[in-house]
Ligand binder design. Structure first.
Ligand SMILES: CC(C)(COP(=O)(O)OP(=O)(O)OC[C@H]1O[C@@H](n2cnc3c(N)ncnc32)[C@H](O)[C@@H]1OP(=O)(O)O)[C@@H](O)C(=O)NCCC(=O)NCCS
Length: 144
């Protein structure tokens, strides 16, 4: 529970710079059990959430690393932990919508057409303010 506010700050720091979508504190609390955090030097310097989308599909969301910890493999470690969790849960695939496809590509994700993610489109995208002009790239990792 004490990490919720810093998670919200990390995400919104990057959202204000156009790098990801904003999240309200309410939405962070709603999905707090999905979140991993990375602590360094006694503070939370990164977060990521793995949400279960469908029986075989997970989504990696809200991956954010504090600017002063960039490039120290915090993001990679969070992503690897989330992938491990997904395997443990028995998910077959994880996707992410991102402006940083190359970062995801380094860990085996490949770009896919958003139309290949129908449940995502119907469940979240129709409520997104950028639904008609979405410029995020869909990246998918097959776990099986
Ligand atoms: C993208 C982000 C999570 C990367 O986190 P990070 O801790 O700085 O990255 P890491 O140090 O773990 O990088 C791991 C590797 O990916 C590379 N990498 C990181 N960001 C990259 C990028 N934008 N493009 C290409 N490669 C990148 C690193 O050089 C590193 O390579 P190496 O293993 O050869 O040294 C971070 O910059 C961030 O929070 N960005 C803003 C929010 C965001 O875009 N989130 C993405 C998903 S919504």
């Amino acid at each position: 529970m004490p990490d919720a506010e810093v998670i919200c700050e990390l995400v919104n720091y990057w959202a204000e710079r156009g790098r990801m979508l904003h999240r309200s504190l309410e939405s962070v609390y709603e999905s707090l059990r999905d979140f991993l955090v990375c602590q360094r030097d006694g503070r939370v310097v990164g977060c990521a959430a793995l949400s279960i989308y469908w029986k075989d599909l997970g989504e990696l969301r809200s991956l954010a690393v504090a600017a002063d910890y960039a490039g120290r493999h915090v993001g990679q470690e969070l992503l690897l932990q989330a992938i491990e969790q997904a395997r443990t849960l028995g998910l077959a695939r994880i996707f992410a919508l991102t402006y940083e496809p190359k970062f995801f590509q380094k860990l085996g994700f490949r770009p896919v057409d958003k139309a290949d993610l129908p449940s995502k489109v119907w469940r979240d995208c129709i409520r997104c303010p950028r639904a008609d002009a979405c410029d995020e790239v869909a990246m998918l990792l097959e776990l099986s």
